[in-house]
Design a binder for this molecule. Structure first.
Ligand SMILES: [Zn+2]
Length: 411
């Protein structure tokens, strides 16, 4: 220590002297004693490294910082190497550092260089790396459990700090389609439980994109009202959609409002999620007053199940055409039947869906017609239902969680 180093590598010689009183040599006593020692050791270590690199900077002709008042970046003198205390959060615990302060020779103004050396923004107390770790932990499990796990391993970090980290990291995350992956994806929404907001009052909307090597990635996410706009989900991706050589094929469970906002802007082929149709039909049948498992109910549901079952691996174009024609004819019959029975919700529902049911197969895009967002929603729901959330809070924790599971976010 204390020597002005030649290169940028700095060797810290660390002689350590501390006093701690132990009454036993058992494992837990040693661990407990070490946790008392740890902050001292960590603080000293940080301080020594910072001073070492501070000295190195001061020995440089041109500094990597400049005076905020006059722009000078060459002439500085030390004000102090152990100045006013400041706290930062490492992932062992909070530590207190004595700030390094220099003075600009030409204009006399003083500045701290501690955070510059740490690669942190001015006045920030939680480094980005610590934030990411806390955010990931808080997104994977409840805040209470996060706090508990931290404490078990000697990281005394409170729920509030974990919550804040999730919010900050989540708020900065953006999801957008990737022009290098498949021009195919799915959009879907699901009701989420937010305390204080009735279940099914709010909807989590997600756009996923298929990856070339298989699997999916998240390309858009929003929480909003049921039947609200899907615009936000796609807005950031419009340019990417335009850049694809083929039209973008989107699988969805139905809501045509998804595309009202996109009409005329980009070409998107829509494929209804066929898996959903018979299930959603049961809901509209109920609205129409059709008795569950009555003859009428069974006819409509069974027909839809058959119409929506697509045989994979049929590669003869004529056969495909004939299959679709047959399915269309059966669908018309079901619609006619519903009208006859005055199941108007059901008739309207099927009429709205029919235009987009066979897009993928007609375009021979071998699009999978069952939803992969379903699975994703199960992943999300596990976390969103467990605590109290504001909408913003729920969105942020979901973003971090999905980024970890699907987009390679790690900490
Ligand atoms: Zn200056």
């Amino acid at each position: 220590m204390r020597k002005i180093p030649q290169g940028k590598d700095i060797t810290i010689e660390f002689e350590c002297q501390f006093r701690v009183n132990l009454q036993s040599s058992d494992f837990s006593s040693i661990m407990k004693a070490f946790l008392i020692l740890l902050p001292q050791l960590l603080e000293d270590f940080f301080q020594k490294v910072l001073v070492g690199f501070g000295e190195y900077e001061m020995a440089l002709e041109k500094k990597s910082f400049e005076c905020k008042c006059c722009g000078n970046d060459t002439e500085f003198i030390w004000k102090t190497r152990h100045g006013k205390a400041t706290r930062i959060l490492t992932w062992f615990r909070w530590i207190t550092l004595k700030q390094l302060q220099v003075q600009c020779k030409p204009c006399g103004s003083k500045m701290y260089i501690t955070r510059m050396l740490l690669g942190m923004e001015p006045r920030k107390r939680v480094p980005e790396e610590t934030r990411r770790k806390l955010a990931l932990m808080g997104a994977l499990t409840s805040y209470r459990v996060s706090e508990k796990i931290g404490k078990m391993f000697g990281w005394a970090v409170d729920k509030m700090t974990i919550w804040k980290s999730v919010q900050q990291i989540g708020a900065k995350m953006d999801f957008v389609l990737d022009g290098n992956e498949e021009p195919r994806g799915e959009a879907d929404g699901t009701g989420i439980g937010i305390t204080g907001i009735a279940k099914r009052g709010k909807e989590l909307k997600v756009l996923v994109q298929y990856k070339k090597g298989g699997g999916i990635r998240v390309a858009g996410i929003d929480i909003g009202n049921y039947n609200g706009s899907w615009e936000k989900l796609f807005q950031r991706s419009l340019e990417v959609i335009k850049g694809f050589k083929q039209p973008f094929l989107l699988l969805t469970d139905g809501d045509t409002t998804i595309f009202e906002s996109l009409k005329g802007k980009v070409t998107i082929l829509i494929q209804r999620c066929l898996w959903h149709i018979p299930y959603q039909a049961q809901y509209v049948l109920w609205k129409d007053g059709a008795k569950r498992k009555s003859m009428e109910w069974l006819y409509v549901v069974a027909e839809l199940m058959e119409i929506c079952a697509i045989r994979p691996l049929v590669d003869c174009q004529d056969t495909i055409q004939a299959m679709i024609a047959s399915k269309r004819a059966r669908l018309e019959k079901v619609i006619g039947y519903c009208k006859e029975k005055e199941y108007m919700h059901t008739a309207t529902y099927i009429e709205n869906a029919r235009g987009d049911m066979f897009t993928a197969i007609e375009n021979r895009l071998e699009g999978k017609t069952t939803s992969r967002v379903e699975r994703l929603f199960r992943t999300v729901n596990m976390r969103v239902n467990v605590s109290k959330w504001s909408m913003e809070g729920a969105l942020n924790v979901t973003k971090v969680r999905l980024a970890y599971y699907y987009n390679g976010f790690d900490a």
